[in-house]
Write a protein that binds this ligand. Sequence first.
Ligand SMILES: Nc1ncnc2c1ncn2[C@@H]1O[C@H](COP(=O)(O)OP(=O)(O)OP(=O)(O)O)[C@@H](O)[C@H]1O
Length: 242
Amino acid sequence: MSIVEFRNVTKTFGPVVVLREVDLNIDKGEVVVLIGPSGSGKSTLLRCINALEEINGGDLVVDNISVKAGRSQVRLIRQEAGMVFQQFNLFPQMTALENVAFGPRRVRGISRAEAEEQARALLAKVGLAERGHHYPAELSGGQQQRVAIARALAVKPKLMLFDEPTSALDPELRHEVLRVMQALAEEGMTMIVVTHEMAFARQVGTRLIFMEDGKISVDGKPADLLANPENPRLREFLQHVH
Ligand SMILES: Nc1ncnc2c1ncn2[C@@H]1O[C@H](COP(=O)(O)OP(=O)(O)OP(=O)(O)O)[C@@H](O)[C@H]1O
């Protein structure tokens, strides 16, 4: 069953066309890895899914809700699609625990005690049970990114969007974030991941999409595409990401 459906979606910024009549269906449980040259529209495609960007043409339906519906519906989509950014984007004045507890308190209106209990469980899940009282500045980049994942999970999203989640991290910190993402995938979470981590694509991805100039040009199984990239531009791209 589709959880994300792009129907002929166009997105422009002024005169610049960033998504060109994109058609794409993503089913529940898929782990889609999105790759492509800089400026090909990967981040924009993700940001349209949780309505951080407005589409200009076509329709985009997320868990049966159109992004073109009214404001209250769009708010629902934001809850259903958790987003993790390259730069973590934690609230600096809040502890890790407060960062994770904040969303459920605001969105679902649950008590502080209940939100903090859930937040503690989520921090334990991402391997940070002992770090709840730390502020973001006291945590490594990899720890901050894992708090960001816990924070996104706290509002119980149906899918998770990751925009280059490891690009700002030193190599030795990347694997701790990738491990958390792999565990989520193994639990059946639907995920769309913009990344250059081809080992993750091969081991965890169920689908690999190559974007070029606002269009999807290759869409298939990671193992097949990585072993035998028939598309010459994909082949060239892959030579540069290793
Ligand atoms: N808010 C904006 N205003 C104007 N142009 C934008 C805006 N956001 C993105 N763009 C333009 O849209 C195009 C696609 O950007 P996008 O960030 O989606 O690409 P990307 O494939 O994610 O690239 P990268 O790998 O460099 O992050 C680029 O030409 C970019 O300059």
